[in-house]
Design a protein around this ligand. Structure first.
Ligand code: ZN
Length: 467
């Protein structure tokens, strides 16, 4: 972490990217937060300590955390936890700018961190939290920047964070704070300083792998089981990760990779994520579902448009003459490894590629529509996406993927990595016009064909009907 890129020390704090990262970083993925800590009765055993992260006025990402023992209950603890959690919350952002009024926090993380690491954090205050922050920075692809703001000077963001920190301190039950990365950094000890970041990352992953059974392992196990059901092969986790990271032949989009990567880490702020501090967000209210988890969003929910989307997908797949696989969350996340075979058990390359494209794009659209409704449309039940909107979106997305495929055959532009014409034809066979490989079939992809009564809004359906 550094306040100015030119100040970045060698090696460890450089922000080399890991995992799938946006190819064309969207400027929106730059996130700015204000952090603050609060402590009434600084240092006392019964002190009330809290952290606040402020994104904007009434932003539902705004976070109040109550810090409890065994962490020291001090102002500085509150300040550091706010920084830690803001990094944990924004692992998919390209850049995270943190505004803090804490001189201590900024100096700890910019000026002193390198020396502290080289001494194994001995004699450092708050070593668990400082090392957890450094560990998170190492493990994320996000570029983290810290800037100092003046406290209590009428700055809206700083005041907002201050209020959230106070609210956190006043909560009754301490929140669970994830300090996993601290153990990682400390296990690496004094060697940390001389490691390249890539080495540090691999070490950290190994440490995690032998550590507790994480949420990631749980989701990975389920995903591997789905892949095994489809392919008959039990793939090691590395292969599954690799299928997301190495996007062979442009089959899976960068955005889907990032989404699936985060899903495998159970890193989305949905469902149980909210259990402790915003229980009303644990549920999916429109569907009356007890937990709004990813499985619900992608395969059951009324607000994500998933029902319409999967109908469109299944209908398009029908043109291949092959059976449509039942869609599950595990199939979606493991899509990079799922294969289509013929009756003789031979893998059909073109069909496999088409299924991966359709499933990944469809799932990602459901996710986007759900987020857009929750955040962009303020969860207004009168503003659910209509079937007509969803249908138009889906057709436009698949149509774009089709055009991208043909664009990828350009040898002059892509050289050895270009797709072969035959590959593209095999992929889309049955979905293109009989006399033109470069046009999708009107009856499947033309606007308005699939939806008779396209203007009808989903909200008129009785609650829970789609579940
Ligand atoms: Zn729902």
């Amino acid at each position: 972490m550094f306040t100015d890129p030119s100040e970045a020390p060698n090696g460890i704090l450089n922000t080399r990217r890991f995992g799938p990262a946006p190819q064309n970083p969207d400027p929106e993925e730059e996130i700015e937060v204000y952090t603050d800590g609060s402590c009434h009765g600084n240092g006392a055993a019964d002190a009330k300590c809290g952290s606040g992260i402020w994104y904007g006025q009434d932003d539902d990402r705004n976070t109040s955390t109550k810090v409890g023992p065994p962490l020291p209950l001090t102002n500085n603890t509150g300040e550091l936890i706010a920084v830690l959690e803001s990094i944990q919350q924004n692992k998919s952002a390209k850049r995270l700018k943190i505004a803090s009024d804490s001189q201590y926090t900024i100096e700890a993380l910019t000026k002193h961190s390198q020396t502290w690491l080289s001494k194994g954090l001995i004699g450092v205050k708050n070593p668990e939290i400082v090392s957890a922050i450094l560990g998170e920075i190492l493990a994320t692809s996000t570029e983290v920047r810290l800037r100092k703001v003046k406290g209590h000077s009428g700055d809206t963001g700083n005041d907002g964070a201050d209020m959230l920190a106070n609210a956190g301190a006043n909560k009754t039950v301490p929140d669970k704070i994830d300090l996993t990365m601290s153990g990682v950094i400390r296990a690496m000890g004094a060697k940390t300083n001389s490691l390249t970041q890539a080495q540090a990352y691999r070490l950290m992953m190994r440490h995690k792998a032998v550590g507790e059974r994480t949420r990631t392992t749980r989701m990975m196990t389920r995903t591997r089981a789905a892949i095994e059901a489809s392919t008959g092969v039990d793939l090691p986790p590395e292969t599954v990760w690799k299928s997301l990271r190495i996007r062979k032949k442009g089959t899976i989009s960068q955005k889907f990779s990032v989404f699936a990567w985060k899903s495998l880490h159970e890193g989305h702020k949905i469902g149980v994520f909210w259990k402790h501090f915003k229980p009303e967000r644990l549920i999916c209210q429109p569907c009356n579902a007890p937990i709004e988890d990813l499985n619900h969003i992608l395969t059951e929910c009324r607000t994500s448009g998933q029902e319409t989307i999967w109908k469109l997908a299944q209908r398009a797949w029908g043109a291949t003459g092959l059976p449509w696989p039942e869609i599950s969350l595990e199939r979606i996340l493991g899509v990079g490894n799922i294969v289509v075979k013929n009756d003789q058990g031979k893998v059909l390359e073109g069909r496999t590629r088409l299924l991966r494209i359709i499933v990944s794009e469809s799932a990602y659209l459901a996710w986007l529509d759900r987020c857009e409704w929750r955040i962009g449309r303020e969860q207004n039940p009168l503003r659910l996406h209509t079937k007509k909107e969803i249908t138009a979106q889906w057709k436009s997305i698949i149509g774009r993927r089709f055009r991208i495929d043909w664009a990828l055959t350009n040898k002059a532009a892509f050289g050895k990595r270009a797709l072969r014409h035959a590959e593209v034809k095999r992929t889309w066979k049955g979905l293109t016009m009989a006399n033109n490989d470069k046009m999708l079939r009107d009856d499947i992809f033309a606007e308005g064909v699939l939806v008779g009564n396209g203007g009808r809004a989903c909200q008129r359906r009785p609650p829970g009907r789609n579940r």
